[in-house]
Design a binder for this molecule. Structure first.
Ligand code: SF4
Length: 169
């Protein structure tokens, strides 16, 4: 099992099978295409952004756009369809920042294509929940745990592992 990252947290909230495949470095061609599309969005949506904010590594995770003056994490996404997992990812960043001594960080989810933003805060409930979820993830990703079953959700068709899950089997 790899060291847990924000991507693990995001996938935990999306699909445990996706989490398991990601952790075991199962990559599909579509996975790298989706990653490339995400990187392109980061490079082109806000051209001045790289000068205004900092990329920081914290724990085993990387925050692409952090405003150290205001203690705000900016996380950009292509779509709001997976809003719950996007929020979970940003909350994890906020939790990590707090674990490293940053007081009261906040987050903003940005959807440039939709011209929408969503504020994200860390609550006491989140502070209690996140360590428990990390523990559950470690159990799910233990060496002897088999790949979880497919979840048959509408968003599976947009998932990079769709062919692996539904065509290859
Ligand atoms: S296609 Fe569906 S079941 Fe398979 S990993 Fe993706 S979200 Fe999970």
């Amino acid at each position: 099992m790899k060291t847990l990252t924000a991507t693990h947290v995001k996938y935990y909230h999306l699909c445990h099978r996706k989490l398991w495949l990601f952790d075991r470095d199962v990559w599909m061609e579509h996975t790298s295409e989706a990653v490339a599309a995400g990187e392109l969005l980061h490079q082109t949506a806000y051209p001045q952004r790289a000068e205004r904010y900092r990329e920081i590594s914290i724990g085993s995770s990387k925050i692409d756009f952090y405003d150290p003056q205001r203690k705000v994490v900016h996380e950009m996404k292509k779509s709001a369809k997976m809003a719950d997992s996007n929020i979970a990812q940003v909350k994890y960043y906020l939790w990590l920042l707090e674990q490293h001594g940053v007081e009261n960080p906040t987050g903003i989810l940005e959807y440039p294509k939709l011209r929408q933003t969503q504020p994200v805060d860390l609550t006491d409930e989140d502070r209690a929940r996140i360590p428990l979820e990390l523990g559950v993830m470690k159990v799910l990703l233990a060496d002897d745990i088999p790949c979880p079953p497919v979840i048959n959700k509408p968003f599976c068709k947009q998932c990079a592992y769709y062919e692996f899950c539904y065509v290859a089997e």
